[in-house]
Ligand binder design. Structure first.
Ligand SMILES: Cc1cc2nc3c(=O)[nH]c(=O)nc-3n(C[C@H](O)[C@H](O)[C@H](O)COP(=O)(O)OP(=O)(O)OC[C@H]3O[C@@H](n4cnc5c(N)ncnc54)[C@H](O)[C@@H]3O)c2cc1C
Length: 411
């Protein structure tokens, strides 16, 4: 006998969407969330700067397919259309002029063409598709660590190629996290209740938390592949062959934001300009400049360097970002930086990174996880969002789809 129909694990975009879909169809649902808030990797806070700052997702990607965009737009929220195109590129201290910018655009187009060519590339490693020159480095930095949150030598070319073009993109002043929190507010969630184990040896599932065991017919698991690979959630008996490998084959990349409050100086940049300071050392940093005309430059580092900098700590990260500005625009930049912060998704045990990217040769792992186990354990989340992988809108759509799967409704 089951106490309830479905347990949903995780109250991020995917879990909230799954719970909404199941409840709307009349199923009894319990949602367990390890953190003391909903939203997961969608999290807007105002404490740090006194205005909304997204620690996780910020761009409403693929707005034409992203339900969050339609709702934000209908609600009259302040939105800004911002498709990433590199406005300013610096190689170390020197600003790339027209020819260097054109070379970078050519490198970007050459990479896209190489990815579009049918047939397996040698080794399925993104870096193998790149010539060894500065322009290709910059193109790969923008698409690799700053977007896929991994370095090109760790990215599966097939996985990278299967991600959708995310235009059109929008930014919201209120914060993407606050949109998700408002949308999910009508879902009853058991907060601060990590699920430790799923026992599925008998009929249905027993979901074990520190506050007791809940028996359900089915379970929807929306925690990140990073949490699953770290055994943040155990399965008893072990999952069938292939699932544990798939968790390992979809490791978490890391994208770290280093926002700086910059007063009295704009370095010739306009609100929402994209600025990349590229180094051959891979210690690259991208800045989103002065969004909504705020005195804020949001620095981003990604891939291995992001893991390093999060370990070094917030002070070191602010120092690094400030020094990059000072080296590029002059020592006065130091005086203009009044405050900074660093996000820490690598140290967050309930995500273990920013989002998943397949290891070279392992892009099929996403498909493995999309198959439910014993008609009882269903996976959903950004890693299973198809072409909208890694995005918050994609996570929500994945949650909506898994609800239909549980209900046995064909797509
Ligand atoms: C720095 C950064 C920048 C990003 N930028 C963008 C962007 O601009 N645009 C965009 O669309 N996307 C962006 N993303 C990605 C986006 O935030 C995620 O893809 C999306 O929010 C993931 O939703 P989810 O529901 O799949 O997972 P999550 O939001 O991680 O939800 C899963 C939930 O499960 C909970 N959980 C984990 N383990 C347990 C357990 N054992 N028991 C109970 N609960 C558990 C977690 O606490 C979490 O709340 C960004 C992410 C990061 C980190």
């Amino acid at each position: 006998m089951s106490d309830i129909d479905v347990v949903v694990i995780g109250a991020g975009a995917a879990g909230l969407a799954a719970a909404k879909g199941l409840a709307a169809a009349g199923r009894s649902v319990t949602v367990f969330e390890a953190m003391n808030r909903i939203g997961g990797r969608a999290w807007t806070e105002t404490e740090t700067f006194g205005f909304p700052f997204d620690r996780g997702c910020a761009w409403l990607h693929a707005a034409d397919r992203n339900p969050f965009y339609a709702e934000a737009s209908a609600a009259g929220l302040r939105l800004f259309h911002h498709d990433m195109s590199l406005d300013h590129l610096y190689y170390g201290r020197s600003k790339a002029q027209a020819e260097a910018m054109a070379a970078m655009a050519r490198a970007d187009a050459a990479l896209a063409a190489a990815l579009a060519r049918p047939g397996p590339s040698s080794g399925d490693v993104l870096s193998e598709l790149l010539p060894d020159n500065l322009a290709a480095d910059a193109a790969a930095t923008f698409g690799g660590p700053m977007d896929f949150a991994m370095d090109p030598d760790e990215i599966s070319a097939a996985d990278f190629a299967s991600a959708a073009d995310l235009d059109p993109n929008y930014f919201t002043y209120d914060g993407f996290g606050s949109i998700v929190a408002r949308w999910g507010a009508d879902v009853a969630v058991e907060l601060a209740t990590p699920v430790r184990e799923i026992r599925w040896g008998g009929p249905g599932v027993d979901v074990v938390t520190d506050r007791g065991v809940v028996r359900a017919g089915k379970v929807v698991v929306t925690v990140s592949t990073g949490v699953l690979a770290h055994a943040g959630l155990r399965f008893s008996p072990d999952l069938p062959e292939g699932y544990d490998e798939a968790f390992d084959d979809l490791p978490m990349g890391l994208l770290t934001k280093i926002p700086l409050v910059v007063e009295g100086e704009r370095f010739g940049k306009q609100p929402f300009d994209d600025l990349l300071i590229e180094r051959r050392s891979r210690h690259d940093i991208y800045f989103l400049c002065f969004p909504f005309d705020l005195d804020l430059m949001v620095g981003f580092v990604g891939g291995d360097f992001a893991w390093e900098i999060e370990c070094a700590g917030e002070e070191a990260a602010i120092d690094f970002a400030t020094e990059r500005l000072a080296r590029t625009f002059g020592a006065d930049a130091r005086k203009a930086v009044k405050k900074g912060a660093m996000t820490n998704w690598g140290g967050e045990r309930w995500t273990r990174g920013a989002y998943a990217a397949a290891r070279p040769g392992r892009a099929a792992a996403r498909k493995t996880l999309s198959v439910p186990v014993a008609d009882r354990i269903y996976f959903a989340g950004e890693a299973l969002a198809g072409p909208l992988m890694q995005t918050c809108g994609g996570a929500r759509l994945s949650g909506e789809k898994v609800a239909r799967d549980v209900l046995g409704i064909a797509a």
